[in-house]
Design a protein around this ligand. Structure first.
Ligand code: NAP
Length: 290
């Protein structure tokens, strides 16, 4: 099963694009599992299905909300990560939202996580001339370089704006924002004429108890004709087929690495969720239920 940042939002009793979790009711979330018994035509015992009833070891899943996935050449967990929702988020954000074009310089925050690590690996395959990533530790920075990022820095070492300016002295064209806060302000400061921001997430504020200050440099949007566009992956289903085909090819030829951090046992799921929010994962955080 998957633990994802959006689940943190569901733990607040507030109106949002997805309803809050209910007290004393089981949690839910993305999972892949083996079909044990089926009364649905086209879904056979032994097949693997992707569904939305994680946070439990066994589930009675309505066939209309289960999708059979091919695990002959892929690990089941990849359908929760690189080949699944986070992967499609990275693809839709770059292709559809930011309109990545040839020779763009791209900055990705949260770059060692599920979405960020895919976005950073995808960008050069889609034509970017240079990709810069930020993450929360030296080990993750080293990992980003192994993944092919041209430059990487830890946001804990020095102000993001200074480190970004150093990594991209001539500026950036696209910012894939997973973090918000000072990362977003720094990126706006570095964006060149016509720059675009795919506003994917704002994890630096998810545990905040008070509203966090917005970027202080929004005035730059005008003269530099910048675009900041928020998006939800659910609105980009029409790209799924194209994404899955291209991604399967990139994984097969070694262009994209499917990174994940695996925690074992349902009892460890809360620890995995809290750990993911604290940065203990590299790549997709997965809970193995067996
Ligand atoms: P992830 O990046 O795998 O895990 C979360 C990561 O956030 C942690 O590993 C941690 O890495 C980083 N983080 C935590 N607190 C931070 C802070 N204060 N400042 C900077 N980084 C911090 O999670 P994911 O599933 O790939 O999601 C990444 C972002 O995309 C989230 O904001 C999520 O809400 C968003 N998202 C949006 C959509 C959509 O449809 N718009 C879909 C999926 C995900 P470090 O060690 O680097 O701090």
């Amino acid at each position: 099963m998957s633990v994802d940042p959006y689940m943190r939002g569901r733990m607040n009793d507030a109106a949002s694009y997805v309803a809050p979790f209910q007290l004393d009711a089981p949690l839910a979330g993305g999972a892949v599992g083996e079909v044990l018994i089926s009364r649905a035509p086209g879904i056979e015992p032994g097949q693997t299905v992707l569904h939305g009833l994680g946070w439990r070891e066994h589930a009675v899943v309505d066939a209309s909300s289960a999708r059979v996935v091919d695990t002959s050449t892929t690990a089941p967990s990849w359908h929760l990560g690189v080949l699944g929702m986070p992967g499609l988020t990275a693809y839709a954000g770059l292709v559809g939202v930011a309109g990545l074009s040839e020779d763009d310089v791209v900055f990705v925050s949260g770059a060692a996580g599920a979405v960020g690590s895919v976005a950073g690996q995808l960008a050069p395959l889609l034509g970017a001339s240079r990709v810069i990533g930020s993450a929360g530790s030296e080990a993750k920075v080293a990992h980003l370089r192994e993944l092919g990022f041209d430059a990487a820095f830890s946001y804990r070492d020095a102000p993001v704006a200074d480190q970004l300016r150093q990594a991209a002295p001539d500026g950036i064209d696209v910012y894939f924002d997973n973090v918000g806060g000072d990362h977003l302000e720094a990126a706006i400061g570095s964006l060149r004429l016509g720059g675009r921001v795919a506003v994917c997430g704002a994890i630096s504020g998810y545990n905040a108890t008070e509203p966090t200050p917005g970027p202080r440099n929004l005035g730059l949007l005008i003269g530099r004709r910048l675009t900041l566009r928020g998006f939800l992956v659910g609105d980009w289903e029409h790209l799924r087929q194209e994404f899955e085909t291209r991604m399967a090819g990139w994984i097969a030829d070694g262009s994209i690495r499917a990174d994940e951090t695996v925690v074992h046992g349902l009892g460890q799921a809360p620890t995995a969720m809290i750990g993911m929010l604290a940065g203990e994962n590299t790549g997709k955080m997965i809970v193995a239920l067996d």
